[in-house]
Design a protein around this ligand. Structure first.
Ligand code: 6A9
Length: 773
């Protein structure tokens, strides 16, 4: 019997990791139920492409290359946003998340301008038109030869068909088709400006959406023009196998290539078959007018939301802010698939349930997929612009919560997303948290959009509430520390002999130094503050929804009690907030011989390994000062009158510690691991560089403390003004110099570093400019 019980229990625990939270889903309408958000630029990881919010949508997209520099291995061919392409810049300059967008891509000597406008009508999401213009970057760049490829593809599960519609010189090869979601449709391509040298097409079968580029590369041919010696790279036309019944297979991938010399421009117009009472086409002049109208509406709304003009910003600065905002909103994707997850009760990773995710992404090039704690920050900008979109994003994320109350940190859904992730990062583990930043978003919405929330979305909020409760308790239970009132991030590797300081990926601050020896006795001050903050927001939400607030009020008060906080986390020795744990600073990396069984090859026998030079002891990690030490301030847990506040403000302003002309560095210059590699190959990440998400929260906290009564108001006010100014100035300056927003900024010279464009939380610069907190 005991064995039987054990098996049943084990089976039960194993299945919990991929069992959805068992109440009604939050997303009840999607796809065609919301026609005005059906089509969109929901392929975050491509330079340009539209698809619908369907699990298996028809996708359209753009590729291009310079014939003179295309290599046989495909080098030089552009499709997925890729830092390796070394584009001078690219971003949505205007995008409203619903109706239209204007993007500029600068690739060496040409500017590729992509715009689109949607038009409602019929029963399948209406029409849209896109323009792709190839313009010389400078007058003398005129005549540069470029091949543009516009394609349409479907997957097997899209259910439907597409075929090429052969054209002539002006009317390029178009597409016609019919799918379950779209009904019947046609796509026309037209040359509307300039002349072209070549036009060819490809209709074939691609084995997946992850190999569209490869499929094109296999189907390029060299052709010599009739009557001249000029050679062109062209598409191979119809490439379809003959099936055993004598019929040709159906294509699922149709591409049109147009080669011309800058300047030239093509127009792609998608017309929905069910839009039967269309009076005129969304092309030519009509398109110009429609685009102009949307641009006007966008500008007006941008000013009414962010008020940058009335705050005195220049046109250049406003153009910059529009770009920072639009490239975040324009990167919102719609993904569908299964994550890979693992619980401590399962030997092997198992698939999560199939699910959609509507979400923005940190970076179109490097990580075009959803990240849990990043999304809470994105939510601040998105919700102030369009609360409905943000609530839909939140709903999708919370539908990904399992019955345990866990939401995976990184969402890798669908072939395209998976193709970008190295194997070792794929599996998500259900003991691992990530900061619950959606509480920031909800708090922000309550503060700025309460009326809209309550008037139009009360029911949704009411339905979200039990999920929030479960999520909150998941944190409060699974991340609890050894002593009452303490918390500990899970997921640190206690056995590593490679990492100088075992990473805490779960905290979001990856390699930020913690206790040298991960241990159950550890306590993390940032996590404790996150939970205190979450409890405070839960209490507010309970109050708003007329539920009992007692439980959350109590937790919030308990975790905000400065006496207890100080007892657990204030080091009286160095006068700072800090983690506590089994720790020594005397840890170094040293070239050492690996034990023979661990050697990968003979030549590789010397590797940097971690050497501990002193026995660790239980203590505060109080030689390390940085973002983590600021959390009681950042999340506004410190009492305005407490002497601790004075000390935090003083340290924060100290250039020998965190203060720079470009923002706050993540780790004080005086900390033992400041700018230290974590392994031979793992450069410093949260050990010095300036990150904008936590700088935004710091500015916001300084703003708060300068507006409440207390001893340090004036001090907080000064820091608020200076820090805000430094951040804005440097981010704009680096954008002007490099064409990008960056993942983080160098603390010595302010230069952008890491992945780019990073218009995830770095876009919060717009809220800094607008002073919206
Ligand atoms: C790497 C390599 C093409 C790391 O912005 C997303 C996250 C943050 O949530 C986190 O706080 N970034 C920060 O420390 C980027 C994480 C990328 C991990 C996957 C895969 C892709 O190669």
């Amino acid at each position: 019997i005991a064995i039987a019980v054990w098996f049943v229990a084990k089976g039960y625990l194993e299945t919990r990791v991929n069992t959805p939270y068992n109440v009604e889903k939050l997303v009840t309408t999607s796809g065609l139920d919301i026609p005005d958000r059906y089509w969109g630029t929901y392929r975050s990881g491509v330079y340009f492409g539209l698809k619908t919010r369907d699990p298996h949508s028809l996708v359209t997209g753009l590729m291009w290359y310079f014939p003179r520099s295309l290599r046989y291995d495909g080098n030089g061919f552009r499709h997925w946003c890729d830092q390796g392409d070394k584009l001078n810049r690219y971003a949505w300059l205007e995008h409203d998340g619903r109706t239209f967008g204007v993007q500029e891509i600068v690739d060496n000597s040409v500017v590729i301008k992509t715009t689109f406008v949607k038009r409602p009508g019929g029963y399948h999401g209406g029409d849209w038109t896109a323009r792709i213009a190839v313009l010389p970057e400078k007058e003398y760049d005129k005549g540069e030869e470029v091949s543009l490829l516009f394609y349409t593809a479907i997957e097997e599960s899209t259910r439907g068909w597409i075929k090429a519609n052969l054209g002539d010189y002006n009317r390029l090869t178009g597409i016609e088709g019919n799918t379950k979601g779209l009904g019947s449709f046609i796509i026309n391509l037209n040359l509307i400006n300039g002349t072209i040298e070549e036009h060819s097409f490809l209709a074939t079968v691609a084995s997946g959406l992850n190999v569209l580029k490869e499929t094109v590369l296999q189907n390029l041919r060299i052709a010599t023009e009739k009557g001249s010696m000029e050679k062109h790279v062209v598409l191979a036309g119809e490439q379809l196998l003959l099936l055993s019944d004598g019929k040709k297979e159906d294509p699922n991938f149709v591409v049109t290539q147009v080669t011309g010399r800058a300047p030239f421009e093509i127009e792609v117009s998608y017309e929905s078959g069910s839009f039967s009472n269309r009076i005129d086409k969304l092309t030519g002049k009509n398109y110009d007018e429609a685009l102009e109208k949307q641009r006007q509406l966008f500008s007006t709304k941008f000013e009414s939301v962010f008020k940058l003009k009335s705050k005195g910003y220049t046109d250049d600065e406003i153009t910059f802010a529009k770009m920072a905002f639009s490239n975040l909103v324009g990167s919102i994707g719609y993904f569908y698939g299964t994550s890979q997850v693992q619980s401590t009760y399962t030997q092997e990773p198992v698939p999560y349930w199939k699910a959609p995710l509507y979400t923005a992404v940190p970076s179109r090039s490097f990580f075009p997929r959803g990240f849990l704690w990043d999304e809470g920050f994105h939510g601040l900008l998105i919700s102030i612009w369009d609360t409905e979109i943000e609530l839909d994003i939140i709903s999708h994320w919370f539908d990904l919560m399992n019955v345990e109350g866990w939401i995976p940190r990184e969402m890798i859904l669908g072939q395209e997303a998976l193709a970008k992730v190295p194997e070792e990062f794929v599996t998500q583990i259900n003991t691992n948290a990530n900061p619950p930043t959606f509480f920031l978003t909800l708090d922000f919405i309550l503060q700025h959009k309460e009326h809209e929330l309550l008037k139009h979305n009360f029911q949704l909020l009411d339905k979200l509430y039990p999920r929030l409760q479960t999520w909150f308790s998941w944190f409060n239970v699974t991340q609890i520390g050894d002593l009452p009132g303490t918390y500990r991030w899970r997921g640190r590797d206690e056995t590593t002999n490679r990492e100088l300081n075992p990473k805490t990926l779960t905290s979001g601050l990856d390699d930020y130094p913690r206790a040298s020896h991960p241990n159950v006795i550890e306590r993390h001050v940032d996590l404790r503050c996150w939970i205190a903050f979450a409890a405070r927001v839960m209490a507010k939400l309970a109050e708003t929804l007329n539920y009992s607030t007692n439980k959350y009020e109590e937790t919030s008060q308990y975790l905000s009690d400065n006496n207890l906080l100080n007892k657990l986390h204030w080091s009286s020795n160095t006068q700072m907030y800090s983690d506590y744990g089994l720790h020594t600073d005397k840890v170094i990396l040293r070239k050492s011989a690996l034990p023979p069984h661990k050697q990968r090859s003979h030549t590789q026998s010397l590797e940097m390994l971690r050497v501990v030079l002193e026995d660790p002891s239980l203590k505060y990690v109080d030689t390390t000062f940085g973002y983590v030490s600021l959390f009681p301030f950042i999340l506004q847990i410190i009492d305005p009158d407490s002497p601790q506040l004075g000390k935090v403000l003083q340290d924060l302003r100290d250039p020998d510690l965190l203060w720079t002309k470009y923002g706050l560095r993540s780790l004080a210059k005086t900390s033992p691991l400041y700018m230290k590699f974590n392994t031979e190959h793992d450069p410093p990440y949260w050990r010095g560089p300036i990150w904008i998400n936590l700088n935004y929260l710091t500015v916001r906290a300084a703003y708060h403390y300068s507006n409440v009564k207390g001893l340090y108001r004036e001090n907080a006010r000064k820091i608020y003004e200076e820090l805000r100014k430094n951040l804005i100035q440097n981010i704009i300056k680096q954008y002007k110099k490099t064409g990008y927003l960056w993942e983080h900024y160098d603390d010595s010279d302010g230069k952008g570093k890491g992945s780019h464009p990073f218009t995830g939380w770095t876009s919060l610069v717009v809220l800094l400019m607008a002073e919206i907190y």
